[in-house]
Design a protein around this ligand. Structure first.
Ligand SMILES: *[C@@H]1O[C@H](CO)[C@@H](O)[C@H](O)[C@H]1NC(C)=O
Length: 428
């Protein structure tokens, strides 16, 4: 360690010899094996994928047997990470393992567990777990967790009843509680209740966060109250709470209301405050400028994005092609897809489908077919969306026989298992 290869110490000579003799593939598998043996716990857990119950326990037992030290806090980090990737069963299994070992329960343990139980076993089990908790563990966090379960389960009555108890215990004045309840009312379509809660929240000195603002803006926009949407935006600005996402959200609301010029003004503001390395903001801007109908701005932002990355990913091309299709810019589409194809690493049928769809919409069937054939030659089989595009086209033009021919073709290919999407669907 610390020695530079330039001095050519003995180990380096040995490495050089191995490099020249061992085949690259051999080295690769060896490296993979070494890595596997030294993988930290999370990587071992993450390769389990959708493995059945018991696999997490086995992994943890193995880890312990190898003599690794682990603290409850460190395990909690893993549990939170598993939960983030929606691997609720595995996260819960890990909690059971901790319990069996009689490990201490770090802050937030019970709250996380309530959330996981309700997701894996249902709300009833979560309620039961909560009511069996020792009194000191029935705190702000665990009450909040149960409340959030009620809200996502759309159980309004229970949520309100619990909220009353929480108010008595002074657990209710928290931004998450309000956000949960507001989201619930949005889901239930009771939009008018959202601003009332927003006022109540401010009256109790609870500071709104960006999520609160998004909900309240959306509720006003859904009630076609653009003046209030703008007032909330100004309030956010005055509190320094506005960011790129705020303005993108605002633009999205304006676009939905058909106020395209206002949307463009909001997008200009978004651009002023966005981080220049955050590619997802560029993608958002492209989609939103496209929805506002401004082709030149779409192209300008695309060029900004390209100036920041040497080669845009398929994902970036997908967003750009979608934008061009929406704006019906056939020349731009052709040029952009040629550019993608000439530099692409993975041929991606989703991108081809956009162009096929655009051709078909203009009645350019031969061009569309040519693209489909080419995709098949590239070994990237047409997927069901490709066929749906053709079937739709023929149905629209009252060419029933051709539509039937395509749906038969699609069915036969599905049966043969050639459709990639179907294949992967079978595996998972
Ligand atoms: C697109 O945006 C630019 C810059 O804001 C503006 O000059 C132009 O008029 C807009 N074009 C359309 C079609 O709205």
């Amino acid at each position: 360690m610390g020695k530079s290869p330039m001095h050519a110490p003995p180990w380096w000579t040995a490495v050089l010899r191995r490099l020249t003799t061992a085949s690259a593939a051999e080295l690769k598998t060896q490296a993979a094996r070494e890595e596997a043996e030294w993988k930290p716990l999370y990587r071992r857990l993450s390769v389990l994928g959708g493995a059945p119950e018991g696999s997490v326990t086995a992994t943890l037992d193995q880890w312990e047997m190898e003599g690794w030290r682990m603290t409850a806090l460190w395990l909690m980090k893993h549990i939170r990470e598993l939960r983030k990737y929606r691997r609720h069963e595995h996260a819960l299994e890990m909690m059971h393992w901790m319990e069996k070992r009689g490990m201490e329960t770090p802050n937030g343990y019970h709250a996380v567990r309530i959330d996981l139980i309700s997701k894996v076993k249902g709300i009833r089990s979560a309620e039961e777990y909560f009511s069996n908790l020792p009194e000191p563990a029935k705190n702000r966090r665990t009450y909040g967790a149960l409340f959030s379960c009620y809200c996502s389960g759309r159980m309004t009555d229970r949520a309100i009843a619990l909220l009353e108890k929480m108010k008595e215990r002074k657990f209710a004045s928290h931004v998450l509680i309000y956000n949960n309840l507001m989201s619930l009312y949005m889901k239930l379509g009771q939009l008018e209740k959202v601003p009332i809660l927003f006022q109540e929240m401010k009256a109790s000195n609870v500071l709104p966060d960006s999520c609160t603002y998004r909900i309240i803006m959306k509720s006003y926009a859904s009630m076609s109250d653009i003046v209030s949407v703008e007032r909330v935006t100004q309030e956010m600005e005055s509190q320094g709470a506005s960011d790129c996402l705020t303005y993108c959200h605002l633009a999205w609301l304006y676009n939905s209301a058909g106020l395209f010029e206002k949307a463009e003004v909001a997008l200009k503001k978004a651009e002023l405050v966005m981080g220049s390395h955050d590619l997802s903001s560029f993608r958002l801007l492209i989609s939103l400028y496209a929805a506002a109908g401004n082709l030149s701005e779409v192209k300008r932002v695309w060029n900004l994005l390209k100036a920041r990355v040497p080669r845009p990913t398929n994902m970036n091309y997908l967003i750009m092609l979608e934008a061009l299709r929406k704006l019906d810019d056939m020349d731009g589409l052709k040029q952009c897809s040629e550019e993608w194809e000439s530099g692409c690493v993975n041929y991606d049928i989703r991108l081809v489908n956009i162009l096929i769809g655009a051709y078909l919409r203009r009645g350019m069937v031969d061009e569309a077919k040519l693209l489909q054939e080419k995709a098949d030659q590239m070994g990237e089989w047409s997927d069901e969306h490709t066929f749906v595009l053709f079937i739709d086209h023929y149905l629209k033009n009252r060419k029933l026989e051709l539509a039937q021919k395509y749906s038969k073709l699609a069915t036969s290919i599905v049966k043969k298992g050639q459709l990639k999407t179907i294949e992967t669907g079978d595996v998972s």
